[in-house]
Every structure is written in structure tokens, then in C-alpha cells.
Design a protein around this ligand. Structure first.
Ligand SMILES: O=C(O)/C=C/C(=O)CC(=O)C(=O)O
Ligand SMILES: [Mg+2]
Length: 223
């Protein structure tokens, strides 16, 4: 069998585990309580999109939001991984967007329904090029930013995260075993806002990576 390349992990069909409300300023802007345990949800691998392809607005949403986040790429799987050895399971990072149909999420929340339609649609997880682990010596101090049509909307630092990366790897792997090629997206800082068809989203980690995505026409509608 040909060797797989972790730098192309998004082609492997592994899971995307998402952490929500991990920044107090974002929890507050959406009027949520500060969590005492990580809030988790999932996206399927069909959510991945790479630069050069557009982010598609789901046909059922009129309020698609950007959320810029640091993604952690798992290099070595495990179950109930101790915090002390958690970073040995990390192969590298990506900058990613947790695209969220906020109107649908609000509706799901009010009806007590899961967030799948709001969070897991095709192209809901744009990712940058793979960032090898040594390019980010301290993932607990990473400055992330996002602009829409050249206007700065989000600027945060992973030092503001409520739950650290080792804590998240320990917590998640005690519930959902982690596998090589999985991605953990670690939550967004404040400043989330709506995007429209034809908008250009640019995001970056200073000195490490930048990425650009266009928002395109409505996604597919089933008959
Ligand atoms: O509870 C809400 O209203 C919204 C929560 C999120 O969308 C959580 C995230 O995805 C995040 O904080 O990054
Ligand atoms: Mg998010």
C-alpha cells in the first residue's frame, strides 16, 4: 500500500471533532454561559475545502457566519490519552474556518435539535495548508486573524482558550478514540459575522500561514 502523507490528511476520510464556546469572549457575544466542560460536535470529512475551491452557502441558510480556529492534526491515535503525553500525538496544525449557518443553529437550539444542519454541510470546514508541528513551538500562544473583504473581523490568541490543547486531547480521546489523520478544531474567538455570496475571506497566523477563500453561490438542493 502506498504511504499516506499526513500533510494531505483531509483526503483520508477521518473525523473532524469540533470544540465550541472555548473562548469566553465568543461565548459572551452569543449570550452563552462559560462552559465548565468542553462542548463537542462533529463534521464529516466532506466538510473539507481547500484554497482554490469556494465556500458554498447552504441553500437553507440566510445567515452564514465565519469562525476562525486553530486546527490540531492528530499524528498518532489513542484512547484516554494523558495530558502529559498529549502533544506527542500531534503531527501538526492547520488554520481552519468553522463555517456556521447561525440562523439554523439558533433554530436547532430553540427546538433542542442537534447542530448538524448548521455545522456539517459541504464546505463547512475550509483548511489551510498543513503546518508542521515545529513551525508552531507554542500552540498555546498563537495569534489568529480573519478579514472579510479586507476588513478585520476576528483577531484572537489561543492563550484565551478556556480548555488547552492537551486538556482537549485527553478529554476527547476518553470519549471518542483519536486516529491518525483526525482533526480537532479548537473554537473561535469573538468577532463572528455574516458572509455573503462573492465575499472574500482571508485568514492567517502571523509569520506562519495565510489562506483566502471566496464565498460562492448556493449549495446543492435535494429534490
Ligand atoms: O452556542 C452557540 O450559540 C454557538 C456556539 C458555536 O457555534 C460554538 C463554536 O463553534 C465555537 O465556539 O467555535
Ligand atoms: Mg466553532
Amino acid at each position: 500500500m502506498a504511504t499516506r502523507n499526513i500533510a494531505r490528511f483531509w483526503e483520508w476520510g477521518r473525523k473532524i471533532i469540533c470544540v465550541g464556546r472555548n473562548y469566553a469572549d465568543h461565548a459572551k457575544e452569543l449570550k452563552n454561559a462559560i462552559p465548565t466542560e468542553p462542548v463537542l460536535f462533529l463534521k464529516p470529512p466532506s466538510a473539507y475545502v481547500k484554497e482554490g475551491s469556494p465556500i458554498l452557502v447552504p441553500h437553507y441558510s440566510h445567515n452564514l457566519h465565519h469562525e476562525v480556529e486553530l486546527g490540531v492534526v492528530i499524528g498518532k491515535g489513542g484512547t484516554a490519552i494523558p495530558q502529559t503525553s498529549a502533544m506527542e500525538h500531534v503531527a501538526g496544525y492547520v488554520l481552519c474556518l468553522d463555517m456556521t449557518a447561525r440562523d439554523i443553529q439558533d433554530e436547532c437550539k430553540s427546538k433542542g435539535l442537534p447542530w448538524t444542519l448548521a455545522k456539517a454541510f459541504n464546505t463547512s470546514c475550509p483548511v489551510s495548508d498543513f503546518i508542521p508541528k515545529d513551525k508552531i513551538p507554542d500552540p498555546g500562544d498563537v495569534s489568529l486573524w480573519l478579514k472579510v473583504n479586507d476588513v478585520l473581523r476576528q483577531h484572537g490568541n489561543t492563550s484565551q482558550m478556556i480548555f488547552s490543547i492537551p486538556y482537549l486531547i485527553n478529554y476527547i480521546s476518553g470519549i471518542i478514540s483519536l486516529e491518525e489523520g483526525d482533526l480537532i478544531i479548537t473554537g473561535t474567538p469573538k468577532g463572528v459575522s455574516a458572509v455573503q455570496e462573492h465575499d472574500e475571506l482571508q485568514a492567517g497566523i502571523d509569520g506562519v500561514v495565510t489562506m483566502t477563500f471566496k464565498v460562492d453561490k448556493l449549495g446543492y438542493k435535494s429534490q
